[in-house]
Design a protein around this ligand. Structure first.
Ligand SMILES: Nc1nc2c(c(=O)[nH]1)N[C@H]1C(S)=C(S)[C@@H](COP(=O)(O)OP(=O)(O)OC[C@H]3O[C@@H](n4cnc5c(N)ncnc54)[C@H](O)[C@@H]3O)O[C@H]1N2
Ligand code: MOO
Length: 341
């Protein structure tokens, strides 16, 4: 901080608010702390009796908070992100399009380990819509040492992108609905409509739904038929738990499924199976996915559609935050479900 004559203050940053009082009329802030003095401000400052000002000098070693916030946001933002103008030192990162939000959390951690740097985000691995605010950047002081911002930029380059929106692929999804009660028409299928709605909402399409008895060969042949017909993802419904008639996991294996995980530390969704036949993901969905509003389906299917190769570790990491509150009015994704990994 230093004192400068007002005539020499252009481009410098005010250290404090400057108040204007018009007797009997008004009292208020004429210039705000942090304001960058412009040439046209000089007459007004003189009228307020300010021939000298306390300023921070912005030079190559010191950056104003607004410029610093912009540079942090630019260093972090990858595809699908747009930046707002800085307001009171804060820049917001917004989604330009709908898609899956990905945050490199270890790089985010490194950025925030730099003293006086703030880059705060919402949780990774959730769907966001166009215009959603997903992160904000700022620095703590009004003027910051430029080296700190350069260090942020180095981390940004090394781990780019820190924050991005991944578009979802549109896949043809084949559905095998198992269960003798549905196959023999004793009850009406209620799983198909749930899958239809959720898959359509994510921008993919149902190729065909085949109904199968609780029979390993019939399940396996139904999966293979759908693959021959061009299915790019297979979903089986029901028959995933412990009854003697729950043979869907065996049917998936019989069809050539390489099992990545049977079981997931997610409730609802613990009896989930993820397998692969060649490049085709095969998802064994337990009955809870039909019943509960939000389940493992909502945590993993967007990631699969975004092209991620989900590993067993990705699934076991869901444990922390994998227990749903089961609220009367579901607020997902605005809750803790799926937010631990
Ligand atoms: N003793 C245990 N019981 C249960 C366990 C367990 O580990 N031990 N796991 C529970 C979990 S978790 C789930 S989820 C459920 C359901 O698992 P399944 O995938 O095996 O579901 P199903 O047995 O096939 O069906 C359960 C229920 O849902 C009805 N259903 C199934 N498909 C349809 C459909 N397409 N349309 C309409 N209704 C359908 C079915 O008729 C049954 O009523 O198991 C827990 N139990
Ligand atoms: O697979 Mo059940 O999945 O947890 O309610």
């Amino acid at each position: 901080m230093k004192v400068v004559p007002v005539y020499e203050a252009e481009g410098m940053v005010l250290c404090h608010d400057i108040t204007e009082i018009v007797p009997g009329k008004s009292k208020g802030r004429a210039f705000k702390k942090g304001h960058v003095v412009k040439r046209e401000d000089v007459p007004k400052l003189l009228n307020l009796g300010k021939e000298h000002l306390y300023v921070w000098e912005v030079n190559e070693n010191a950056l104003h908070e607004n410029d610093a916030a912009i540079r942090i946001a630019q260093a972090a933002a990858g595809q699908g992100i747009t930046l707002t103008e800085p307001v009171e030192g804060k820049v917001e990162l917004r989604a330009k399009m709908a898609g899956l939000l990905k945050i490199n959390t270890s790089a985010l951690d490194k950025i925030n380990d730099i003293d006086e740097i703030v880059l705060a985000t919402i949780h990774s691995n959730q769907m966001v819509g166009a215009g959603d605010v997903i992160a904000g950047s700022r620095v703590v002081p009004l003027v910051i040492n430029t080296d700190k911002i350069r260090n942020v930029e180095k981390i940004g380059e090394a781990f780019f992108p820190i924050v991005e929106i991944k578009p979802l692929r549109s896949l043809k999804v084949g559905v095998v609905t198992t269960g003798s009660e549905v196959y023999h028409g004793r009850i009406q299928d209620q799983f198909g409509p749930v899958i239809q709605r959720k898959i359509t909402e994510l921008g993919s399409q149902i190729l065909r739904q085949i109904f199968s008895d609780d029979n390993v060969t019939m399940i396996s042949e139904s999966i293979q038929t759908l693959i021959k017909e061009g299915a790019e993802m297979i979903i089986t419904t029901g028959g995933m738990s412990v009854d003697p008639d729950d043979v869907t996991p065996v049917g998936i294996k019989e069809a050539g499924g390489y099992v990545i995980s049977y079981g997931a530390p997610v409730l609802p969704g613990s009896m989930f199976m993820l397998a692969r036949i060649g490049n085709i993901p095969v998802l064994g969905l337990p009955g809870c996915v039909m019943y509960h509003k939000t389940t493992i389906f909502d945590l993993l299917v967007p990631r699969i559609l975004a092209g991620e190769e989900i590993t067993r570790k990705d699934i076991t990491r869901l444990a922390h935050g994998g227990f749903c509150f089961n609220c009367d009015l579901c607020q997902y994704p605005h809750c803790t479900f799926g937010k631990g990994s």
